[in-house]
Ligand binder design. Structure first.
Ligand code: COA
Length: 328
């Protein structure tokens, strides 16, 4: 039987260092009140000495594997969604492969910004539809604190570091697993959210590019407008493709960027607060890591149970946006 991807184990890893809004008040002209009201974020986690993207990814992966009851040698593939790899080469995925000792697994990074986890899940789904025995690790891992301009109050208050991981395999049950994934992009709006420096066009130490372009830059209001529209549309697309309606959903796990974006989505779907998972007050926007971290926490809180209908929705730079509907 060829059925879709099922998540059989989840894990998360967050740096121990907490950076609060009060601490940010000392760095830039901002306030806890502004950040809380405009974003919903109270604190975020920041890597310290000895921590890195790949180390967080390995920690999250180990937890997911243990919970799935799968050994690293059983893995066929490792996909890491990230925009902040340790190095441009090699990928985070091969560092994870080495550290886990996942000798049989292929490994690659996937660049789809904040939609990276859902894009990765959609790729894994294609593999397990061909062979449901395949075991795939899909990770979202970011160290955004190293790519944030700590003098730019319009971005530095938003982002945080962390990793989340999911072990995926075939479901062997038509009523469980990934029902659909919808992936979208609009490259014509790439300039609204960028990290230009250190690619091959503008290598480090070049003097053509202003220093601030070596950090994340965002036209926040424009990104916001596009995010609310796209997340609603792609959520409804998932429901309509499966002949389901919002009231069928047990839990929405949205990308954690801004509480106002999440609230807008919740209101458009007509859902009560308890059906929408929120943890961005603790971690800020962790880009590709936000959905797998949220899934892992939702499960720990007993909010993800077999048979539940779970809707994941993401939006990020590119722009990219995506939804995944899974019967848990
Ligand atoms: N502290 C205090 N004031 C701040 C501030 C901060 N950290 N950041 C911006 N401001 C100021 C601005 O300078 C502006 O002042 P002005 O009116 O004097 O020019 C004012 O607050 C309003 O700025 P604006 O950018 O319009 O605020 P906003 O309500 O749109 O909120 C974001 C800004 C970034 C929180 C919001 O636009 C957002 O969340 N955007 C989307 C982010 C996102 O979804 N990313 C997803 C992809 S990763």
């Amino acid at each position: 039987m060829k059925t879709g991807a099922l998540i059989i184990g989840l894990g998360a890893a967050l740096p121990s260092r907490r950076l609060t809004n009060q601490e940010l008040e000392k760095l830039v002209d901002t306030s806890d009140e502004w950040i809380t009201q405009r974003t919903g974020i109270k604190e975020r986690r920041i890597v310290g000495p000895g921590e890195s993207n790949s180390k967080l990814a390995v920690k999250a992966a180990r937890q997911a594997l243990e919970r799935a009851g799968i050994s690293p040698e059983e893995l066929d593939l490792i996909i890491v969604g990230t925009l902040t790899p340790d190095y441009l080469m090699p990928s985070v995925a091969v560092l994870v492969q080495k550290e886990l000792g996942a000798h049989r697994a292929g490994a690659f990074d996937l660049s789809a910004t904040c939609s990276g986890f859902i894009y990765g899940l959609a790729v894994a789904d294609q593999f397990v539809r061909v062979d449901p025995e395949r075991k795939i690790l899909v990770i979202g891992s970011e160290v955004l604190s190293k790519k944030v301009n700590w003098q730019d109050r319009t971005t530095c208050v938003l982002f945080g570091d962390g990793a989340g991981a999911a072990v995926v395999t075939g479901s062997y049950n038509e009523n469980r697993g990934l029902l659909s994934a919808h992936l979208h992009a609009d490259g014509s709006l790439w300039h609204l959210l960028t990290l230009k420096g250190c690619g091959s066009l503008y290598p480090p130490c070049g003097d053509e590019l202003p220093l601030e372009e070596y950090y994340i830059r965002m036209q926040g209001r424009e990104v916001f407008k596009n995010a609310v529209r796209a997340m609603e549309t792609v959520a409804l697309e998932a429901l309509s493709a499966n002949d389901l309606s919002p009231e069928d959903i047990d839990l929405v796990v949205p990308h954690q960027a801004n509480i106002r974006i999440i609230e807008y989505l919740r209101e458009r779907l007509g859902l009560p607060r308890e059906k929408v998972f929120v943890n961005l007050h603790k971690y800020g926007n962790t880009s590709a890591a936000s959905i797998p971290i949220a899934l892992a926490e939702a499960q720990e809180e007993g909010r993800l149970n077999p048979g539940d209908l779970v809707l994941m929705v993401a939006f990020g730079g590119g722009f990219t946006w995506a939804s995944a509907l899974m019967r848990w």
